[in-house]
Design a protein around this ligand. Structure first.
Ligand SMILES: *[C@@H]1O[C@H](CO)[C@@H](O)[C@H](O)[C@H]1NC(C)=O
Ligand SMILES: *[C@@H]1O[C@H](CO)[C@@H](O)[C@H](O)[C@H]1NC(C)=O
Ligand SMILES: *[C@@H]1O[C@H](CO)[C@@H](O)[C@H](O)[C@H]1NC(C)=O
Length: 293
């Protein structure tokens, strides 16, 4: 393991451990919200199944602003074409017409046997997403469990896997870029059939002779600022020792994190919205013109 990633997570863990690390479990902190027969929650472990009758989804029981969520996931092995596994935090959706929700995503797009998964990331603020970055996994995501972590603070959002940061979205509010800071989020995970678009643009359909498609999870943990009402907007942003994610050493992206992000971007990135000039008619979103770190 590169020194960079070890240093990063040592830093976060140290700060977290000094504060109130809340160890969560699927049992107490998640509930099945779709496909009851296809969610198996058992203490520290969870299995979500997709078959031709249903997918499945779980939702966290806590609402929070800032902190981190982490879980270990072993994705559907072999043929997983058009099967999408998601893991994200989101505020409630109001409605399609009046959508102001915030969301920070991991999505895993399956593939036919022998072809690689796509790790899809995105962030929505005030109902607007369009900030996709996609990567090829640099490890086998189906042979073993890997830790997927979302770190969210008033200063940045960071995505990492096994302690390796590969994406950061900085708070550039002072440059007019919206940042999620006012809506409580909840953790979600799901598995579903997306054969209208997910695999090779919808050309490869789900092969139901290979069902059930099962994603396995272990060790959900979080250390978050619980939402207790609109007062939390101030309380959770305050630079206090209780708000461990505001510690001065966590306010900027460190040199070792920059190196780790640059390495993953140059070797594994397959899509970057900030280079998709065609899609945005030449006018890329503001943050694409700003320094990323
Ligand atoms: C994932 O996290 C768990 C618990 O935090 C830790 O025990 C394990 O070593 C980590 N695994 C990897 C692959 O980083
Ligand atoms: C599946 O594999 C093909 C061929 O390697 C690749 O082009 C594609 O991006 C992969 N992922 C998806 C989701 O189609
Ligand atoms: C689905 O899987 C079966 C069994 O592996 C295979 O025989 C069949 O060709 C597959 N169907 C498609 C459309 O790929």
């Amino acid at each position: 393991m590169a020194i960079a990633q070890v240093v990063l997570f040592a830093l976060i863990s140290l700060v977290v451990m000094e504060k109130n690390l809340v160890l969560a479990t699927f049992d107490t902190d998640m509930a099945c919200v779709w496909g009851k027969d296809n969610c198996q929650i058992n203490g520290d472990s969870l299995a979500l199944t997709l078959n031709e009758w249903s997918g499945a989804s779980v939702k966290g029981t806590k609402e929070f602003l800032f902190g981190y969520v982490q879980m270990r996931i072993k994705l559907v092995p072999d043929d997983s074409a058009a099967v999408v596994t998601t893991y994200y935090i989101s505020s409630p959706w109001e409605s399609k017409e009046n959508d102001w929700h915030d969301e920070i995503d991991f999505e895993f797009l399956g593939n036919v046997t022998g072809e690689p998964y796509t790790i899809h990331t995105n962030i929505f603020v005030n109902g607007v997403g369009n900030k996709e970055e996609q990567f090829r996994p640099w490890f086998n995501p189906t042979s073993d469990y890997h830790n997927y972590t979302i770190f969210w603070s008033p200063y940045m959002v960071m995505w990492s896997i096994d302690g390796v940061v590969f994406r950061v979205f900085k708070n550039n509010e002072d440059q007019g870029v919206p940042f999620p800071k006012t809506r409580a989020m909840t953790v979600y995970s799901s598995i579903w059939n997306a054969d209208d678009w997910a695999c090779q643009g919808g050309q490869v359909k789900t092969n139901w002779t290979h069902q059930p498609f099962i994603a396995n999870y272990l060790n959900y943990e979080d250390s978050v600022c619980p939402w207790t009402g609109t007062n939390s907007i101030q309380d959770c942003s305050a630079e206090t020792p209780e708000n461990w994610y505001t510690a001065s050493q966590l306010r900027q992206v460190t040199q070792s994190q920059i190196e780790s992000i640059n390495e993953k971007r140059s070797n594994y990135m397959i899509y970057n919205y900030c280079t998709d000039t065609k899609r945005f008619n030449g006018a890329l979103p503001t943050e694409c013109y700003l320094p990323p770190y």
